[in-house]
Write a protein that binds this ligand. Structure first.
Ligand SMILES: Cc1cc2nc3c(=O)[nH]c(=O)nc-3n(C[C@H](O)[C@H](O)[C@H](O)COP(=O)(O)OP(=O)(O)OC[C@H]3O[C@@H](n4cnc5c(N)ncnc54)[C@H](O)[C@@H]3O)c2cc1C
Length: 592
């Protein structure tokens, strides 16, 4: 294996324990909030950005394998997604018994999930339990945003900014680290669309991904919710029950499958726990690393009679959840099969929503599953409530915001008419007390691109990714030695049960740096050719599916100006096998 980077003559890594003394993070006797560290003796082995499920496990695993590590977290606590997304109705849509770590049998045996799909508070409690159980907090700097990462030819220099003004010692803490792991989350950088005059609105605004910790009481309020993806679909039914009136502002209708959430019975849980390892193994063999007990049907949707098709789809609809799409094995590869499956859901929407015009607006005409499938509790029924109305933004685009609300164009409605039938278009001002943006995230690359990352030869990551993200295995970028991304673009990531993908990446990275230690390899970096081939592979696999046939956050089209590139790689088992083979071959495709 060739060496791209100069070796500065030292061998192995630095294994000095970092301890927190008062407000100072200290390394032995030398404070690390200075730039005094020599390149060859990094302050820590591994700097980890983010304390969600990825960062927490990376810290634990790094320690277990004998490395020192420090985690930097923008938020005031652990949990990542589940720390920030406290909106009403927030919960997982992968069953709780699967949406949890499997690295510790003691942990998975002792933790009790109460519902099929755990709520945000319960998942946050779980993350906090993990942090306490494995004594992780002492190596986490909270309220600390990593602002820049500079490779100096030997180590990464990490610059941070603290939001805690009272703690002078944490302002701009910088440390050096042999490795950096970006555990920054795929859905952690909020996407808030801009509208003309939006600064004028005098009411309150919220983003579901940065929800106030004290909660929001919408009682008696006129509320608008922008967005009908997963967060909108989870929150709309609950906000509707509280608000005086709820107006849903919909850009694109979504397909949503009933969750059929329920309390978990002790017998069911005991059954799973008695054989948890096998349950996990079966799940990891499925394409999305979930639902091993409900395998994908053996046929294509066009290969069976209409009666059989309807029966199979009805059974999955009654069972509820994301596995609906697994009724047939060609849902995301055969457009005709997809249409038949989508027709089934479209019929369900029409038979649920009483008002035909509202049902029409709520009925998608796109490929089902092309955008992330949603899972709901009473979403479509909510539109039968007298206090809920729907504005289809394709028919009635927002013209501007006002102090009191939102003016939409081409409205057929009559209320609050601005009498502005000027020109050919009518305008209606809708008044609101609060506006909720359930508009999702700058997915997969958003949080990474907010960090100023400079790699070898002064090349920046924003430059390397200017036409869209490129990397090798979704883990490593050519030109950026010793930098790893967890669930990065180019890996199965958001197309899977993410905790499975997170755990897989963490273990691969920990094994890799352990291998480097044993082999006295100070640096590892993706080879340019291997990276090119990987990018081609991801495109080829994605091109065999229907994923690219509609605009979605998988493609980055929800963020103005973002390059249109399909980011995740479909198919967990084949991917995991490839990663294992590459490691087995002495990290084929990497320079060390
Ligand atoms: C509402 C919602 C529901 C979801 N439900 C599911 C589900 O049912 N199943 C599923 O598989 N996945 C689900 N996901 C995806 C979810 O994001 C992952 O499952 C998982 O929680 C991601 O963990 P993570 O640690 O990779 O990232 P995150 O949990 O996003 O954590 C990343 C952390 O990094 C921090 N950070 C980012 N940049 C910086 C920086 N520069 N400096 C310091 N800190 C930084 C952030 O503050 C954040 O706390 C859901 C996501 C959302 C938003």
């Amino acid at each position: 294996m060739s060496s791209l980077c100069s070796n500065h003559g030292h061998c192995g890594f630095c294994y000095i324990t970092v301890v927190r003394i008062g407000n100072n993070v200290r390394m032995g006797a030398a404070s690390i909030n200075t730039a005094s560290s020599t390149p060859s003796s990094p302050d820590v082995d591994v700097a980890i950005v983010g304390a969600g499920f990825a960062g927490l496990y990376m810290l634990h695993r790094a320690r277990q394998t004998g490395f020192t590590a420090r985690v930097f977290e923008r938020g005031g606590g652990v949990g990542g997604t589940w720390y920030w997304n406290r909106y009403p109705g927030a919960r997982c849509d992968v069953p709780s018994l699967e949406y949890s770590y499997q690295f510790s049998d003691e942990l998975q045996q002792e933790w009790e999930w109460s519902e099929k799909y755990a709520t945000q508070p319960e998942i946050l409690r779980y993350a906090e339990h993990v942090a306490d159980r494995f004594n992780l907090r002492r190596d986490i700097s909270f309220n600390t945003t990593v602002t820049s990462l500079q490779w100096n030819g030997d180590v990464w220099r990490v610059a941070t900014q603290s939001s805690d003004d009272t703690d002078q010692h944490r302002q701009g803490v910088a440390l050096t680290a042999r490795f950096v792991v970006l555990a920054t989350g795929c859905l952690s950088s909020a996407n808030i669309p801009r509208f003309p005059d939006d600064h004028l609105f005098a009411g309150r605004t919220y983003h579901t991904g940065a929800w106030p910790h004290e909660g929001v009481d919408f009682t008696g309020q006129r509320v608008a919710v922008f967005g009908t993806g997963s967060s909108g679909i989870q929150s709309i039914p609950l906000i509707a029950k509280q608000a005086a009136h709820l107006t849903v502002m919909q850009r694109t209708p979504a397909y949503s499958i009933p969750a059929r959430n329920q309390q978990l019975s002790p017998e069911y849980v005991a059954d799973i726990k008695a054989n948890y390892a096998e349950f996990r193994r079966k799940n990891s063999l499925t394409r999305a690393a979930l639902g091993g007990d409900t395998p994908t049907g053996p046929h294509g949707a066009c290969e069976v009679s209409e009666d059989e098709r309807r029966a199979a789809l009805e059974a999955r609809w009654q069972k509820g959840g994301l596995l609906f799409l697994g009724a047939f094995n060609d849902a995301l590869t055969n457009p005709e099969s997809n249409r038949l499956i989508a027709d089934f859901v479209r019929d369900k929407i029409r038979s649920t929503v009483h008002d035909p015009d509202t049902a029409r607006k709520l009925t998608p005409d796109s490929i089902i599953g092309c955008k992330r499938l949603c899972v709901d509790t009473e979403y479509y029924d909510t539109f039968n409530r007298p206090n809920v109305s729907l504005i289809d933004l394709r028919e009635q685009p927002v013209e501007r915001f006002t102090a009191k609300g939102i003016v939409v164009q081409n409205a057929a409605g009559t209320s609050h008419d601005e009498s502005s039938t000027s020109g050919s278009s009518r305008r209606v001002e809708h008044e609101f007390d609060s506006i909720v943006f359930a508009t999702g995230f700058d997915a997969m690359t958003g949080a990474i691109s907010k960090i100023d990352i400079t790699g070898r030869d002064g090349r920046t990551l924003s430059d390397a990714w200017s036409a869209g993200p490129v990397n090798y295995l979704g883990l490593s970028v050519h030109g950026f030695p010793n930098l790893f991304t967890i669930t990065g673009p180019g890996s199965p990531s958001v197309l899977t049960n993410m905790i499975v993908s997170i755990q897989h990446h963490v273990e691969w990275i920990a094994d890799c740096i352990s291998w480097m230690k044993v082999n006295h390899s100070p640096t590892i970096e993706a080879d340019a050719d291997a990276q090119d081939r990987w990018v081609q592979h991801v495109n080829t696999v994605a091109g065999m599916t229907l994923y690219q046939s509609c605009s979605s956050w998988y493609l980055g089209t929800n963020v103005p100006g973002k390059p249109r590139v399909f980011m995740p790689l479909p198919g967990f088992p084949a991917y995991a096998q490839t990663c294992a083979d590459i490691a087995h071959d002495g990290y084929r495709g990497f320079h060390t």
